[in-house]
Design a protein around this ligand. Structure first.
Ligand code: ZN
Length: 294
């Protein structure tokens, strides 16, 4: 079961959120039949959405979208409140088959599969206009780009580590940890956090060796006093698509277009980008939609 845990340290001047997302990323890989490099890229962005999703309240929603000039095209990941202490996420890539050789360090070449581009962060509130923040990609490795967004748009210095470990048998481990410095953080706290971030093993190595979300935080917060209070969430892959939504989109085409579709095609189908669920309407059902327009 994937878990996301939050905590704070140093008298509340550093906040942490960490999660294991191995099952989530496996589910995304399976639904979209993602190639290895694409699964690393999508998996890192879904992990970021799950971690940042821990701060959503009520019916708020978060969307992370990366658009680059590399072979993957774009990647989108969403997070929302999926019930009591549940963070629901979903994600997909425009070209999930994008794959490249490992980079010089022997890692998935996420930076090159994404290319140059931008990260857009959209937060929808229960009421009012959404917040939209856009930053140019720092490295395209996603963790660095999320850190750049938090530093530039939110004015919060942070450490972001995200990872997906895979082998020919599939996703072995995925997860991440984010530390955010809040106003009033002492210099030695900042220095300690930077030193810990430098010296810690990659998150996927830690997870593959058995670390859970809390252990990821304890490692990054080494030498700091962690506050006992924490929140624990379950993170799941989910989707908000419904048959009604597909029908509404069809109705939006208008009466003439619907009649044309009903007469030309025995069946009309659509596949949800996010979860790959297929929706099929027969021509008789399309005609019934026309009746709703009258
Ligand atoms: Zn869907």
């Amino acid at each position: 079961m994937d878990r996301v845990v939050t905590a704070s340290a140093a008298n509340g001047t550093v906040s942490f959120v960490a999660g294991t997302t191995t099952e989530l990323v496996r589910e995304a890989q399976r639904r979209h039949d993602l190639a290895p490099t694409a699964s690393a890229a999508v998996g890192r962005l879904i992990t970021a959405a799950a971690l940042l999703g821990a701060s959503l309240k009520g019916r708020e929603r978060l969307t992370l979208q990366i658009v680059g000039d590399g072979p993957i095209g774009s990647i989108t990941a969403d997070a929302w409140n999926g019930g009591p202490d549940v963070i629901a996420t979903r994600g997909y890539a425009r070209n999930g088959y994008a794959d490249l050789p490992l980079n010089a360090r022997g890692k998935f070449d996420v930076a090159r599969v994404i290319g140059n581009g931008q990260l857009q962060v959209t937060k929808q509130y229960e009421v009012g206009r959404p917040y939209v923040g856009i930053v140019p990609l720092e490295t395209g490795e996603i963790g660095d780009d999320i850190a750049s967004y938090l530093a530039n748009s939110q004015q919060i210095p942070s450490v972001v580590a995200l990872g997906v470990l895979a082998d020919p048998n599939g996703i072995r481990a995925a997860g991440g940890v984010i530390a955010q410095l809040l106003p009033g953080a002492a210099d030695d706290t900042i220095a300690r956090l930077e030193a810990n971030a430098q010296s810690m093993a990659p998150v996927t190595t830690q997870i593959a060796e058995g670390a859970d979300a809390r252990a990821l935080i304890e490692r990054l917060a080494d030498g700091m006093l962690l506050r006992a209070h924490e929140n624990v969430y379950t993170a799941t892959f989910d989707c908000r698509c419904t048959r009604e939504r597909f029908e509404r989109a069809l109705i939006g085409l208008g009466r003439d277009e619907l009649l044309k579709i009903a007469s030309e095609q025995p069946e009309t189908e659509a596949t949800c980008d996010f979860c790959k669920r297929r929706y099929v309407l027969t021509s008789a059902e399309v005609e019934q939609l026309v009746a709703k327009l009258d």
